[in-house]
Design a protein around this ligand. Structure first.
Ligand SMILES: Nc1ccn([C@H]2C[C@H](O)[C@@H](COP(=O)(O)O)O2)c(=O)n1
Ligand code: ZN
Length: 164
């Protein structure tokens, strides 16, 4: 008699999978304060690209500044490429029309422009710690106008443990 074996029930959901990939990507960031990761996914749940915040190619992590405060030219803000923009620029396959973006921190206004222009239609974010800043307020205003849907990732509370 055939033994019927049930499929696993505790597999991770699509949202846990893609936000997990975004967060893992963020762990590559050298930013001492905020490590941000992004994962772009097609409408049919295929991973298209990933990114994390860091300095552009040729701009040394050891030479460019990581400071948050000081003279503008001596802070990271004028130099860092955000995770979302890196994910968009890392994509080698053509159009991102209709894609979804998973990101660990709500996109800023500059990334919102790139998200809209790339044709990304959905943003799933985890943290929104800068929600009261003009940058994030402007970002939401533009995404609302452009029909980009965004919603907060619902943490499952599941601990996803990977030993490598
Ligand atoms: N959606 C975002 C927002 C920020 N970033 C990057 C830019 C910086 O490297 C860091 C934020 O630094 P903080 O002001 O928190 O010290 O995160 C990003 O990649 N994506
Ligand atoms: Zn940004």
């Amino acid at each position: 008699m055939a033994v019927h074996i049930q499929k696993r029930q505790d597999y991770i959901s699509w949202d846990e999978y893609f936000m997990g990939v975004a967060m893992l990507s963020g762990m590559r960031s050298k930013d001492p304060n905020s490590q941000v990761g992004a994962c772009i996914v097609s409408e049919d749940n295929k991973i298209l690209s990933m990114g994390y915040n860091g300095f552009p190619k040729g701009c040394s992590d050891d030479e460019f500044p990581w400071a948050r405060e000081g003279e503008p030219l001596d802070t990271k803000y004028l130099y860092v490429t955000h995770s979302e923009l890196n994910a968009i620029l890392n994509y080698r396959g053509g159009s991102l029309e209709g894609a979804k973006l998973y990101v660990s921190l709500f996109p800023c206004n500059e990334c919102a422009k790139a998200i809209i222009q790339a044709g990304i239609k959905t943003v799933i974010y985890d943290c929104d710690k800068y929600e009261h800043t003009p940058s994030v307020i402007a970002s939401k205003r533009m995404m609302d106008a452009a029909g980009v849907r965004y919603y907060k990732y619902k943490r499952s509370g599941r601990k996803i443990d990977i030993t490598v």
